[in-house]
Structures are given as structure tokens and as C-alpha cells.
Design a protein around this ligand. Sequence first.
Ligand SMILES: [Zn+2]
Length: 423
Amino acid sequence: MRLGTDDAKRRAETSGQDEVRRANVSTVLRLVHFGGAKTRSEIVAATGLNRSTVGALTAELVRLGLIRERRGEVVGKGRPSNVVEPVSQSVYVLAFDITAGEVAAARVGLGGYLLQVRRRLHQGPVQDVAGVVDHLAMLVREMRAKAAPGSLCLGVVVSVPASVRQPDGLVRRSPSLGWYEAPLVVMLAAALGHELPVAAGNDGDLGAVAEYLRGAARGSRDVLYIRGQDGIGGGVIVDGELLKGAGGYAGELGHIVVRPEGRHCACGARGCWEAETGDSAIIRAFGRNPHDSDIEDVIADVATGSRRALSGVRKTGEIVGLGLATLMNIFNPDTVVLGGSFGSLFPTMEPTLHAAVARALGPIREQATLVRSELGSDAQLIGAAEVAFADVLDHPVRTIEALLAVATPNAAESNIKAIRATS
Ligand SMILES: [Zn+2]
């Protein structure tokens, strides 16, 4: 997946006229999808294209219903520059984030807008893959029914705390869900009657992508993202590219060993980072029982300032920091983003976290900024949506015309008008 607004121009230089036009339409759409409303003058400055070319490109995107133009305000002398913005209701993705406790679902519109969010407890045991798939299919139908008339669904993308094989979305292993070799994507596509493209991704990878594109790591090139949950979800971005590894499973950061004699981990080893700092370990460190308390209780304990709670925070911060120091030495990130439980506890754990991270090598430590997730529990939904936005961003004309041909074989133009009328 290409991330952000990079490299379309570079590709265009090496290819024919149609390819140049496709790349330019794509570049303008990426600018407003990732950067929000822009004046035409700003697009001219950002792309290096001339004014009349930008006018033709925005006209094409208006025709497709993907953007709208309105008059800008007059600043100083001369004519105002038109403002171009994404039509969030034109196309959307249905994004899901499955954790051991719940299913989060969102309809995410062009521009990355969360048009609708639902958070639901699992209807049955989370280990029952077929039951979870039925629940997802029901939420898909519910959210599609709420979408604006004429808007187009680009697909369904599911975030799971799991090693996910690409491109078929087979969940190889997810200790926290109890899923092993589960054909999630195949099952969900079938439950939806093969009407929509379906994909799945690792929660840490999708969180990293979201924070890089739209959150706390905007403007960074090298990002380390961790999400505290039942385990630790991790994602690594190296020079603007998501690190995948040979099989797409890179970034399983939770299983570095931080205490060789420590707790047993679901992976079979002992003292893994996630066994020592996952939600259950945090709850125990606070003197609570994981069977009758959850991470929200811990956060409430911190707010009361109890001594036991503060000591729990200190301990957790230290172990989180020890793992981070090792990872920073390997990846030399400029930004380290802490999400999930680590994001919630970040302000209180900061002192011991920083003290432990100080073990990273000096030149590496100096370059890295530790920050709290900006997107919080929405990060996985936003990252998942970007997977399905990739086609329309790369090939706006081809993708929209193909979708319209399927949705309304004889009424492509009237459908575009319907989208524009409702925007
Ligand atoms: Zn482990």
C-alpha cells in the first residue's frame, strides 16, 4: 500500500499521456483525502502543475462526485481561489476492529471522516469465528442501510489482533481471540453474498498506518507504534513504508523477551513483553483480579491517586520502556506512538517510561519523540479504511466507473448526480 501523498509525480514522468493524467487526478485526490480542503492555488503550489491543468483535474473529480468546489474568500487583491474539498459521503469503507472484548465498526467516508461508529460487545464467545462473522455481516447491512443514497461502498476491512496472511486474509494465529487458521475473509465475503470486496489486517499495522497518515505521527518517516491490549499490537513504518517482512507478519513486537523468568505467554514462551504489560498484567500490577476487573477500572484507580495504583503505573511504565529501548535500537524511529491501554495510561507512566527508554543508545534516543496516540481507539478503524481507499486513490476514474457499472448498470450518470445532490 502506498502511504500518503508520495510519488505519483515521479511515476508520471516515466509514462504515457493517459498515465500522466491518471497520476495527476490521483495526486489531487490524495491531497484532499489526506489534507482536507485546499484552495486551487494550494494545489497548484503542492503539485507543480499549472492552473488550467489543475482546473481540468478538479472538474474530472467533481464529475465523479468525489470532490466539490466552492468559492473561496477574497484575500487581498484579485479573484478568490476556489476551495476544493472531498465529498465524504461519495464513497465509503466499512471498517471493523475486533478485540477480545468487543467489535468496533465504522462507516468511514472519503477524507477519512468517521460517518458512523458502533461499538458492540460480542454476541457469543469470541472464539466462535462463525458467530463473529455473522455479527459483522449484520453490522455491514445495518451501516449500509444508513449510507447516503447513491454513495458507493468500496469494501469491508477488518482489523484483528492476529498474524494475517495476505492477500487472502487467513488469520494464522490470534492467541487473544483464540483463532487459529481461521479463513475470516473467505467466510465474511460469503456471508455478504460476495457483493463487496473484503480484506483483513493486523491491528498494530493498521494503527501505525492511521497514526502516520492522520494522527500523532503525521510528518514522520520512521514510526514505531504499539497498542496495549490483551497483548501488544505493533506496527513499524520505515522511511514511509509499512514494514511487512517475508510473509507480511513483521511487527509482532509483543514477543520480545523482557523478563526471562517472567509470566507464561500465550505463544508458549516466558516473560514476553505482552505477557508482562498486556491488560491482564496491568490489572494484576494494580492489585486487581483480571477476571472481575478491566482496564477501565485501572484508569479509574489512577484518577483517585491511590498508592497501589501509582506503583502499578510505575512498574508498567518501566517494562513498556524496556521493550521500547530494544525496539528503538533496532528501528531508529523519529516517532514512537503509544496507543490502547498504553495511550490511556501515558501521562501517568511517562516518568518511568522515559527513564527506561533512556537505555536506548544515545544518538537513537535523542532522535525519538515518545507521544500518546491521537486517534485512540479509532486508529484501527481509520487505518483499516485506508486499505480499501487505495484503489480509488490510485485509479479514481476506473474505480468509480466500475463501481457505478455494477451498482446501476443503466444509470451511471444519474447516480453521480444523486451523489452530488446529496453532498
Ligand atoms: Zn510470547
